[in-house]
Design a protein around this ligand. Structure first.
Ligand code: CA
Ligand code: CA
Length: 468
């Protein structure tokens, strides 16, 4: 450039350069990614023009070097500015509203007891999917059925998916498998005898229920009663349900055995002179000598044929009499320790002579002293019977002149005479030994001088026929 004044003088020249007009960038080309189920925002990416000196804006105000914008739903004017500050025409673009994401489905935590049956899980929502963890990428093929084989807690997660195909966040469902209550039996399982007192049953945790043969309860207490269960092995179950409604149980066995007892019996006939056809009483006393009870106590008495049963009265139990076998059975049943029971038996004497009668006692339990389990009474039915024939032929019948009852009158004298009045036999303490030895068949006359208990003699006279 030069300057010239009015005198026409021209200055030295100064160089000046005018640059060409800067270029304005072209309207940008954009690639839009719309919001998805997974991404609520879309993205706007400028694909051209690109260059290190260019900056980008989607609002016309704020420019950035990065060519990608994260953008919420809305309309955007995308421009490019070059280093000269020239701004391109705007390219309009639009980010769609983000699709609806459903809320997680409604699930309910579950509690199980160890080993309990379980059903497939359920959740409330649409198109439920199940996952084993938050990280799992592939849903389970079907609703899972939780295992109750091991105690502990674990989770499954559920989603729902709406009609647009958007899947919710995962809702965790906690499954807790509770262990069963651990039960410990506190009471003894030692053998018991039938007559033992009931044993209290105890286990921990307390508050459960005992059941089984022989088990009784009183309030919250349980007992095992061996007299109810009887002998044998008895299985008892204790069942306890805890706060989680989990039930545990144990079973155990108590063996009930027959304990030993010591029963005794006494038998005494009435102390009175009794003749044939007269009645008299026996008193039978059964005693339990131990302080433990006996069960199934029975007294047996086979009456001799020389007496006739008339009646029986008992303080306890029942009496049966068999007319054929002559066996009297006195069923006492249970007999507490240190007790007695008595039976008064009335009979009629049928024959003269000694009547021996034995009664015996037994119980369900073994008796450890059987020496006192039977008692015999001997009673003399007074009077004598003198036959009128003897047949000493060795056949065992009437071979001797047998005077029934003579043994009860020691010192009695027997004298025999033949038909001519000659004495043929004499014995001062006759004991049924005369058999007509050395005498002819025929009729003989006898005199029996019976020595009475008071020492006096009573004479019996008559005829005896001797036949061989
Ligand atoms: Ca005994
Ligand atoms: Ca004979």
């Amino acid at each position: 450039m030069t300057v010239k004044n009015t005198a026409g003088c021209v200055s030295a020249a100064t160089n000046a350069v005018v640059n060409p007009q800067p270029q304005t960038p072209a309207a940008p080309t954009v690639n839009v990614t719309q919001p998805t189920c997974a991404n609520a925002n879309g993205t706007i990416t400028i694909t051209a023009p690109l260059g290190e000196s260019l900056t980008y804006s989607i609002d016309g105000t704020n420019y950035q070097q990065a060519a990608t914008f994260t953008a919420a739903s809305g309309s955007y004017q995308v421009t490019v500015k070059n280093a000269a500050g020239c701004i391109s025409p705007a390219t309009s673009t639009r980010i769609n509203p983000s699709p609806d994401i459903p809320s997680p489905p409604v699930v309910r935590n579950l509690d199980y007891c160890l080993g309990a049956a379980a059903n497939p899980l359920t959740a409330t929502g649409q198109r439920i999917r199940w996952y084993t963890s938050e990280q799992a990428t592939i849903p389970l093929p079907a609703a899972p059925t939780p295992s109750t084989a091991t105690a502990g807690s674990f989770i499954y997660l559920a989603t729902q998916t709406n009609d647009a195909g958007c899947e919710s966040r995962r809702a965790p469902l906690t499954i807790t498998v509770h262990p069963l209550p651990e039960i410990t039996l506190l009471s003894s399982i030692a053998d018991m005898t039938v007559q033992e007192a009931p044993r209290q049953l105890m286990a921990t945790p307390a508050g459960g229920i005992f059941s089984g043969n022989g088990v009784t309860s009183s309030g919250n207490s349980y007992f095992f009663n061996p007299s109810t269960s009887g002998e044998g092995n008895h299985t008892i179950t204790y069942t306890y349900t805890d706060q989680q409604q989990c039930t545990g149980s144990i079973t155990f066995t108590i063996r009930v055995i027959a304990g030993t007892v010591d029963l005794s019996i006494s038998k005494k006939s009435e102390n009175k002179t009794t003749g044939s056809r007269e009645s008299f009483d026996y008193t039978i006393i059964a005693t339990n000598l131990r302080n433990t009870g006996a069960t199934g106590v029975t007294v047996t008495d086979r009456l001799p044929v020389s007496v006739q049963y008339q009646q029986a009265r008992v303080t306890t139990g029942t009496v049966q009499y068999d007319q054929v076998s002559h066996i009297l059975t006195w069923i006492i049943g249970a007999m507490p320790g240190n007790t007695t029971a008595s039976l008064t038996l009335t009979v009629q004497a049928l024959e003269i002579g000694a009547v021996s009668n034995t009664a015996s006692i037994n119980s369900r339990e073994p008796d450890n002293n059987t020496n006192n389990n039977s008692a015999t009474d001997k009673k003399i039915i007074s009077g004598i019977f003198i036959p009128n024939v003897i047949t000493p032929n060795g056949d065992g019948k009437n071979d001797r002149f047998t005077i029934k009852g003579i043994e009860n009158y020691p010192g009695s004298q027997l004298i025999l005479f033949n038909r001519w009045g000659n004495q043929v036999y004499q014995h001062n303490n006759y004991n049924n030994q005369w058999d007509g030895y050395n005498l002819n068949e025929g009729t003989y006359f006898y005199i029996l001088k019976l020595r009475l208990p008071d020492g006096n003699l009573q004479d019996y006279k008559g005829y005896i026929l001797l036949v061989r």
